[in-house]
Design a protein around this ligand. Structure first.
Ligand code: COI
Length: 367
């Protein structure tokens, strides 16, 4: 595998976005709508490993219509953010965790593994060109960032079903505000009774497009019921809470326990999830990773044992859940205390990411 000494060829855009247009975008970027001037590409071929490291102008890809990603979905991706600190410097959060997860996903999808050096090098090389696209937060509650989307696709033109011999890795970047339109206000969650996201032995733990495609019919159902996200139960018993379409879930108990479903091969190991477990301990809470059933949610919310529920992820940061909606019930959460614990964890996390508090765990990497 190439090492950190691998340099990226830079092909600068000859039509970069005008400063005034970029400033307008950064003032109100939404999520995933606008893209920076450049992107990274690294090629892999079965006989030549990773090569052709490049930063080039952002633009459409030329793909053969027979490219295997278009037919068999051999694809994986990551989500990671770049944060601007008060002194203007730009940092990212635990990139080695994303690099490790990309390799885990690659093994499951029979794609080639990319080294930490190439992964982190790709982010640094892109940011060297597009650093002006990282928005500056306007307040401590502002979660604006540059959302980075590394992804890997099978580009070999071949219709036989086998791992592709040609693969491309890209990174694109998109300035982002909060993922949910309502910002940090509590989101309603739809409980999918019919659809399942993942089954044992499948790809649930991998960050691959297919998992997200499989969640969309349920997401449509959620939207039809006025909900912003879907909660999925396990495929075997329809009993255990797994995760949302693209976020992990946490339950705050009255006695200070903070419970999240334990990882199985049907749950994506979120970097934010992992960080929340560490921060919770620092904050005197008692984190627990264990199976949690839909009945425990229902009964805990009714009895007041469960005082808050929140979703977390790179895109979602920490977003309180207001209610769980099913065909015939609405389970309210976030009782009298509102979402105090979720908001405290959120602030602790954001303060580290934006350099406002000490990075005790060594989680930040300068880009
Ligand atoms: C992320 O949090 O980075 C994701 O990939 C989830 C997606 C819903 C945007």
């Amino acid at each position: 595998m190439p090492t950190s000494s691998t340099s990226f060829e830079i092909l600068p855009s000859n039509q970069p976005t005008a400063d005034s247009i970029r400033d307008n975008i950064l003032a109100s970027p939404g999520f995933g709508k606008y893209f920076t001037d450049h992107m990274v590409n690294i090629r892999w071929t079965v006989n030549a490993d990773w090569h052709g490291h490049q930063v080039r102008p952002y633009g459409p890809l030329t793909l053969d219509p027979a490219a295997s990603v278009l037919h068999y979905g051999q694809e994986i991706f990551e989500g990671i953010k770049a944060y601007r600190h008060a002194d203007g410097s730009v940092w990212t959060f635990r990139p080695e965790k994303n690099a490790e997860r990309l390799r885990k996903s690659a093994r499951r999808l029979a794609l080639p593994e990319l080294s930490d050096d190439d992964f982190i090098g790709s982010l640094k090389s892109l940011l060297a060109q597009d650093h002006a696209w990282v928005p500056a937060p306007q307040s401590d509650a502002d979660e604006c960032s540059l959302y980075l989307r590394p992804f890997m696709i099978a580009t070999e033109a071949f219709l036989g079903v086998r791992p592709a011999h040609e693969v491309d890795y890209y990174v694109i970047a998109s300035p982002a505000a909060s993922y949910f339109k309502g910002g940090v206000s509590p989101v309603s969650i739809w409980l999918s009774s019919h659809y399942k996201r993942a089954a044992a032995g499948g790809t649930g733990f991998a960050k691959c497009g297919g998992n997200y495609a499989a969640s969309l019919a349920a997401q449509k159902e959620a939207e039809a019921h006025g909900c912003g996200q879907v909660a999925f139960l396990d495929a075997a018993e329809s009993k255990w809470i797994e995760e949302l379409g693209g976020m992990n879930l946490f339950f705050v108990f009255k006695d200070g326990r903070l419970v999240t479903p334990r990882l199985t091969d049907t749950i994506l190991e979120g970097v934010t999830r992992n960080s929340v477990l560490t921060l919770a301990k620092d904050m005197g809470l008692t984190p627990e990773e264990r199976p949690i059933s839909i009945d425990e949610w229902r009964e805990g919310a009714a009895s007041g044992e469960i005082t808050e529920v929140f979703a977390c992820g790179t895109a979602a940061v920490i977003t309180p859940v207001g209610e769980l909606v099913t065909e015939n019930e609405r389970i309210r959460v976030n009782g009298e205390g509102g979402c105090e614990v979720a908001m405290r964890i959120r602030k602790t996390l954001l303060d580290i990411q934006y350099g406002r508090s000490e990075d005790k765990h060594g989680w930040l990497t300068q880009l």
